[in-house]
Design a protein around this ligand. Sequence first.
Ligand code: SF4
Ligand code: SF4
Length: 158
Amino acid sequence: MEKILVVQPEKCTGCRTCELICSYTHTGEVNPARARISVFSFEKIGFSTPVVCQQCTSSACMAVCPVGGISRDDNGAMTVNHDRCLRCKMCAIACPLGATLYDYVEDKMVKCDLCGGDPACVKLCPSGAISYQDANAANFAKRKEYAARFKDVYEEVG
Ligand code: SF4
Ligand code: SF4
């Protein structure tokens, strides 16, 4: 059963703990610039939400890669094969969420790998705003909720 990270924006306080624990887990450094999850805050309306790879079934990052450098692992996470990767950044450009990133310290493309099936952001978010759910069950409800919330946000911030 493939699982994905599901965000409930209404629970997010914008504390950015998820970014800190993500970077620490993957790099040993507490540095949001190296996290694979990004928190967006609209201070004007008091709205924050983390954005992270949804491990899409039809993945733009995998489709656009010229060398087959992205594949799905046993946990369902889209992962970068660093032996093949050319660092052309096409996968970063293609992702509509901006969830494939370049790590400037290690000079490599990185993305959420679901921490091997035990996501640190889920465990450490103090508000319970991120959960790890069955992909099929989560998909419809997640998209509907996200679409409705972002429609509200864009209307509010103009
Ligand atoms: S740790 Fe949780 S509450 Fe804090 S920014 Fe991330 S998702 Fe939001
Ligand atoms: S940066 Fe690497 S993984 Fe991304 S599209 Fe280019 S070769 Fe593929």
